[in-house]
Structure formats: structure tokens, C-alpha cells
Design a protein around this ligand. Structure first.
Ligand code: ATP
Length: 216
């Protein structure tokens, strides 16, 4: 039995981070009794166009958003590595740092799960970590294909997160937060307010740096 409670890793572009991410992360920490959760902004996401806002700005927004919540941390390792931000490489590093016994939970929304078979060395992910899937409004699990098979083989209750270091897929249904960064960017680019969708500290940073500015 691993000695310490598992740690959560929440990767994403966080362009920008919003209350959908933050509230889901907090509910997961409490529901799964995680010792901490690290937001890990991707510098160069391999599966989508690079965001126009720099990785440093996106990480700073994460740091501003989580200030004051001791269970949250921002892990900047993907900003410090050159080349595409492969999650498998980050998990290998984390496994080296945390040791073989510690539970590591890689958190993703179900939309991200659907794209998993396109990830670099995706078969290795479950050797390194558990996957915790956040059920998100408007999304259903596939009934066939690679992801369905993966869920069939590795699907588990959350107890396993505390007894094994890696290898299980746990689905967690959270209170729906229908907020997306795409929508926030669209509001800001149209000169509309994004208030109450993300922390004021992040909105202040966006204004200070002139990010997502209205297109003239
Ligand atoms: P975009 O709209 O630019 O695609 P996003 O809001 O989905 O951005 P990402 O940074 O791409 O945010 O997401 C990081 C992770 O957070 C992904 O696994 C995604 O599924 C999840 N996620 C995004 N929004 C929410 C939300 N409202 N509730 C729960 N999880 C979310």
C-alpha cells in the first residue's frame, strides 16, 4: 500500500485558466483525498495549434489563480523543456522524483480522453499513472474503439488510487461547470466582459498584459 496519498496532475493549455478548471480540481482533491494537485501548463501542446498567449503568461495566470490554495501548485516543467510538451515525458520525470510507490493521477476532461490514442507513447501512460476522467457536460463515453476497450480493461473504482501507484482509469462525475477558455477568449476578443467565469486576479493580469485584446 503506498504510504502517502496520491498526487493529481492536471495538464492543459490553460488559455486562460477558469473556474471550470479550478472548481473541478478542488472537488477532485476532496473527493479522491489527493494530497496535492499540480496544474501543468503545456508549453507547446502537441495536438493543437500553439496558443498565441505565451506559455509564461499562461503559467503566471495559473499561479495567480491558485494563490492561497495550499493544495494547489503550478508545475512549470513543460515550459523548461524544449520541443513538444509530451505528457508521457513529464510523467516519467515525476515518477523519478516521487518514487515507484506514490500514486500519480493524471486528470483530464472526457474530451481529452477521446483524443488519447493520438498522444505520443500513450500506451505507456498507464504504466506511469492512473487516469482520472472528469465527466463534462454534453459528453458521453464511446461505446466502441480503443478508448472503450481501455475503459473496459482499466476502469476501476477510486479505491484503487490509494492502493496502487498507476494503471487504473477512474471516472469522476463533478458538478457541471459549462465554462470553456474558447468562450472566454471570444468574449474578450469581442470587447465583452468575462467576469465571474474566472478569478478576478486572472482578469487583472489579462488587462495588465493586454492579452486576448479586442480585434479592431
Ligand atoms: P479550450 O476551450 O481552449 O479548448 P478548455 O477550457 O477546454 O480550453 P484546456 O486548458 O484545454 O481548457 O483544458 C485543460 C483540461 O481541463 C482538459 O482536460 C479539459 O477537458 C479540462 N476542462 C476544461 N474545461 C473544463 C470544465 N469546464 N470543467 C471540467 N474540466 C474542464
Amino acid at each position: 500500500m503506498p504510504a502517502k496519498p496520491p498526487i493529481g496532475i492536471f495538464g492543459g493549455t490553460f488559455n486562460p485558466i477558469h473556474f471550470g478548471h479550478l472548481r473541478s480540481a478542488l472537488e477532485l482533491v476532496e473527493a479522491l483525498s489527493l494530497s496535492e494537485l499540480r496544474f501543468m501548463p503545456a508549453a507547446e501542446p502537441p495536438h493543437r495549434a500553439s496558443p498565441e498567449v505565451s506559455a509564461a503568461d499562461r503559467a503566471t495566470m495559473v499561479e495567480r489563480a491558485i494563490a492561497g490554495e495550499p493544495r494547489f501548485r503550478c508545475d512549470r516543467r513543460e515550459l523548461e523543456r524544449h520541443g513538444p510538451s509530451y505528457t508521457v515525458a513529464s510523467l516519467e520525470e515525476l515518477r523519478g522524483e516521487l518514487g515507484r510507490e506514490r500514486g500519480i493521477c493524471l486528470i483530464m476532461g472526457c474530451d481529452a480522453l477521446l483524443g488519447l490514442p493520438q498522444w505520443h507513447r500513450w500506451e505507456a501512460l498507464l504504466d506511469l499513472a492512473h487516469l482520472v476522467i472528469i465527466a463534462r457536460p454534453g459528453w458521453v463515453f464511446p461505446e466502441e474503439g480503443v478508448v472503450a476497450e481501455l475503459l473496459e480493461e482499466h476502469g476501476s473504482s477510486s479505491d484503487a488510487l490509494h492502493t496502487m501507484p498507476a494503471g487504473k482509469i477512474v471516472t469522476q462525475t463533478l458538478r457541471p461547470q459549462d465554462i470553456s477558455a474558447t468562450n472566454i477568449r471570444a468574449l474578450l476578443q469581442s470587447g465583452l466582459s468575462a467576469r465571474y467565469l474566472l478569478p478576478e486576479s486572472v482578469l487583472a493580469y489579462i488587462a495588465e498584459r493586454g492579452l486576448y485584446a479586442k480585434q479592431e
